[in-house]
Design a protein around this ligand. Structure first.
Ligand code: NAG
Length: 257
């Protein structure tokens, strides 16, 4: 039997067992040079060359035929992973590096994707990106009143803090505080590169704010506090007048360089 005939007979035999596509995939030679992907429902088009650019990665194993892959109804190669984050995986495969957007808050999730795809280079690029984030300054402040207690009788003086204020460049504040930021006093008017001194936090835990700044690579550069005796307006019933009259303001300047 001639080689060609033998090939046809083998294909027919495989087709009989429903193995036609599998065998073709396994042989690794039926991938077109341009590949359509369906990653968790998000569609991408890229080249075979890009997909196999990182040896030892999972995508290299798949698109060299060493690992099986499913196809969706339209024949696109389907992977059951996060489709949105795959954008950065693809960036990395194309350029060997990745630049994450400033307000990107899914570094940990992306790191996990990178691990799943067996891309240690991407894991490292994400860590470098954290270290190389843009320099900037954020000031955190709060106003409070000195507590004297009613008629000076209270002997426990907890920190009294009404609102933690956040001042700085808007995208940077968002990057650091994310969901915990209350922007209701300074809503966005479409200008992204602006500064604000009217953001505040949804919680009143100073140390939680500090932790978030430290996590993002900021260091405390300076702080100051001041106390004043203002002229208290008509005191509300049950509120100590001394306490109302004495106010303080504290500010903490955090820098990332
Ligand atoms: C944000 O601040 C506004 C105005 O002070 C307030 O009404 C709103 O409840 C705050 N939102 C959150 C989620 O804390």
């Amino acid at each position: 039997m001639a080689d060609q005939q033998r090939g046809v007979a083998l294909a027919a035999l495989l087709a009989q067992f429903g193995l036609g596509r599998l065998s073709a995939t396994m042989s690794g030679c039926d991938f077109p040079s341009v590949i359509e992907l369906n990653i968790g429902g998000v569609l991408y088009t890229t080249t075979l060359k890009t997909l196999i650019s990182q040896p030892d990665s999972q995508l290299h194993a798949i698109f060299t035929g060493r690992e099986p892959v499913t196809q969706d109804a339209k024949g696109r190669y389907f992977l059951d992973r996060d489709g949105v984050l795959f954008r950065y995986v693809l960036d990395f495969l194309r350029d060997g590096t990745v630049v994450l957007p400033e307000c990107f808050r899914e570094r940990e999730r992306l790191r996990r994707e990178a691990e799943k795809y067996l891309l240690p280079g991407l894991v490292e690029a994400i860590s470098n990106d954290i270290r190389n984030r843009a320099p900037g300054v954020i000031t955190v402040g709060y106003r409070g009143s000195f507590q004297f207690g009613k008629d000076g009788l209270a002997d426990v003086k907890f920190r009294k803090l009404s609102r933690i204020l956040v001042c700085g460049r808007v995208p940077l504040c968002r990057d650091v505080f994310g969901e915990t930021l209350n922007e209701s006093r300074d809503p966005d008017h479409g200008v992204s590169e602006r500064y604000t001194s009217r953001f505040f936090l949804k919680h009143s835990f100073l140390e939680q704010a500090f932790d978030m700044l430290i996590e993002q690579g900021f260091k405390l550069a300076g702080s100051c506090g001041s106390g004043t005796a203002g002229n208290a307006a008509e005191p509300k019933p049950g509120v100590d007048t001394e306490e109302n009259r004495w106010n303080h303001y504290n500010e903490f300047v955090f820098v990332r360089d």
